[in-house]
Design a protein around this ligand. Structure first.
Ligand SMILES: *Cc1c(COP(=O)(O)O)cnc(C)c1O
Length: 422
């Protein structure tokens, strides 16, 4: 095991549960928690429900707040820090790239963008890549490409209830959850929604006017709902039959979290387009859309673009992320540690009737509760464990791929004690 998962900033390990941070790491920290919150209250738009903690440092599975409290992070960066916080390979690559060229616009070529596209293509289905800066943008690009590529009369999209595809107008329309639509009606025309994994509903919704179907292989924000092979197979078959495209939103499932590079690789299906973002940059903002060569050919100059898309810094971070996963054999680790985590969580079920069941693949794990879980999440944080609750009653455990069984044990011990109310 490298030093990332289990050792502190000074490399001394966490056995002593040292909760201080080296002063050299907080030279720039001049404000207390209350002062920082005060600045936010005055100057930052209050569109997030934030917890009253100011985070200043991350390393591997660990996070520190400004008061020096150490937190075991089992939901790092909302699935962005998939190989943990500040992975040394990413830090090194970013440092080096920053000293050479941070950004060059797409008027020119740049090596990191081509290199990252090649690495992704070789690990997916040999497609071509368009780069952007977020998940919503990647999906936006996929929807636009589907319109461009399919015939003119095709303008309809089918997505699944419980999905999450982003917050732009097209992607929030694609997101088939009413709570995200409130206040924004009328939405983009042409979208229809079917229950996730419902093949009969999919068949009923299909027509020759459909440009694409877009779903997540495992719904993330919707509560860790795993697609069935039948559902994905039916999408493929109906898309082929009607000349529509199959888009898989891999923004949360992609880049290794499930133990394969992409979620679709757990199923015997090949999509026309996949999108990714979150974990792709090892913490640096980046998004990407990959399409088969034939579909990609429809995206000609003038049809779509992103000023920051594919910049040197983000792509260098992406290359380093993929190399870190490969060098650390982290896909295998995600499978093994994921199984270990799921087994241990399932073992808690008898003891805690609030646990209905555990589901997921690899390190994308949901714990279905019988009642809302927000309170459990905040109690865990009080005891030094960060997890998440989505869809009201689903606890998300999404450890980074570097997590060791030892750290999982520590996390589950805290979770167990909170459920016990002790
Ligand atoms: C997070 C997420 C998005 C949106 O990504 P942003 O980077 O926030 O725009 C889209 N799809 C899925 C599946 C996601 O989990």
């Amino acid at each position: 095991m490298t030093g990332v998962a289990g050792e502190g900033p000074d490399g001394a390990g966490y056995a002593g549960h040292d909760t201080t941070i080296e002063s050299k790491n907080c030279e720039s920290i001049i404000m207390t928690t209350q002062e920082t919150i005060g600045v936010f209250d005055k100057y930052v738009i209050a569109n997030y429900g934030r917890l009253p903690r100011v985070m200043v440092k991350g390393e591997g599975c660990w996070l520190w707040d400004v008061d020096g409290k150490k937190i075991l992070d089992m939901f790092p960066g909302w699935a962005v820090s998939g190989i943990g916080h500040c992975h040394p390979k990413v830090v090194e690559a970013v440092r080096q790239q920053v000293g050479e060229l941070i950004h060059i616009d797409n008027t020119f070529y740049c090596e990191p963008q081509g290199r990252l596209a090649q690495l992704l293509s070789e690990r997916a289905f040999g497609g071509k890549v368009f780069f952007c800066n977020s998940g919503a943008e990647a999906n936006e690009g996929a929807l636009k490409l589907a319109r461009l590529h399919t015939a003119k009369e095709k303008y309809k999209f089918i997505t699944a209830e419980g999905s999450f595809h982003g917050r732009t107008f097209a992607t929030v329309t694609a997101t088939a959850q009413p709570k995200y639509h409130e206040g924004f009606l009328p939405l983009l025309p042409g979208f229809s929604y079917i229950p996730f994994n419902d093949v009969a509903a999919l068949e009923r919704a299909f027509s020759d006017e459909v440009a694409a179907v877009m779903v997540e292989p495992i719904q993330g924000e919707g509560g860790i709902n795993v697609a069935t092979a039948e559902f994905l197979g039916a999408i493929r078959q109906l898309c082929d039959q009607h000349g529509a495209l199959m888009i898989l939103d891999e923004v949360q499932t992609g880049v290794g979290r499930t133990g394969k590079w992409f979620g679709f690789q757990h199923f015997d299906v090949q999509p026309d387009i996949i999108t990714m973002a979150k974990a792709l940059g090892g913490g640096v903002a980046i998004g990407a859309m990959m399409a088969t060569e034939e579909v990609a050919a429809s995206l000609v100059p003038g049809k779509h673009a992103s000023t920051f898309g594919g910049n040197n810094l983000a792509c260098a971070a992406g290359v380093a992320t993929i190399e870190a996963i490969e060098e650390g054999n982290l896909l295998q680790q995600a499978i093994e540690v994921g199984q270990y985590t799921q087994d241990k969580l399932r073992a808690l079920k008898d003891k805690h009737p609030i646990i209905d069941h555990v589901r997921g693949i690899g390190l994308m794990i949901g714990i279905q509760l019988t009642r809302p879980g927000a309170e459990i999440v905040s109690q865990c944080l009080e005891r030094g464990l960060r997890i998440n609750c989505t869809h009201d009653t689903v606890i998300r455990f999404m450890p980074p791929m570097i997590a060791t069984t030892d750290l999982i044990d520590q996390a589950i011990e805290i979770f167990d004690s909170v459920l016990s109310g002790s």
